[in-house]
Design a protein around this ligand. Structure first.
Ligand code: 5GP
Ligand code: ZN
Length: 116
């Protein structure tokens, strides 16, 4: 999608700090981290959010979680991590390209308002 921020990041048109890449998945550091480790995992194909996951494209979710597990192992996130996807206005989604936040490096509470 030509005017999508994360499509531009995937295409290299906007710089990002890459932490992982394969044929289907790209991951990079969040520009405004809310935890010591805060990465974003996105499909290379444009999917606007979790509400657009369907039987036709659901395989990408497994690929993303496989990538998350690989990065978590490489970075020794042994004491735990959190994976979050915000979908739509009430959840605070600000970029309409499916993405999963990987958060780690601190003991996290559980609050709908704060997330971390
Ligand atoms: P959302 O609020 O949609 O769940 O998450 C969007 C995330 O993208 C936010 O955590 C925000 O900090 C991050 N973000 C927004 N613009 C950029 C950018 O240009 N580069 C990077 N690396 N992260 C971004
Ligand atoms: Zn996109």
């Amino acid at each position: 999608m030509s005017d999508c921020l994360f499509c531009k990041i995937v295409a290299g048109e906007i710089p990002s700090a890459k932490v992982y890449e394969d044929e289907f998945v790209y991951a990079f550091k969040d520009i405004s981290p809310i935890a010591p480790v805060h990465y974003l995992f996105v499909p290379k194909q444009h999917i606007s959010g979790a509400s657009e996951i369907s039987p036709e494209n659901a395989e990408i979710v497994g690929k993303i979680f496989t990538a998350i597990a690989k990065v978590a192992a490489e970075e020794h996130l042994d004491s735990g991590f959190r994976v979050v996807t915000n979908c739509g206005e009430d959840a605070g989604q600000t970029v309409p390209h499916l993405h999963f936040h990987l958060l780690a490096g601190k003991t996290m509470g559980w609050s709908v308002e704060q997330g971390v």
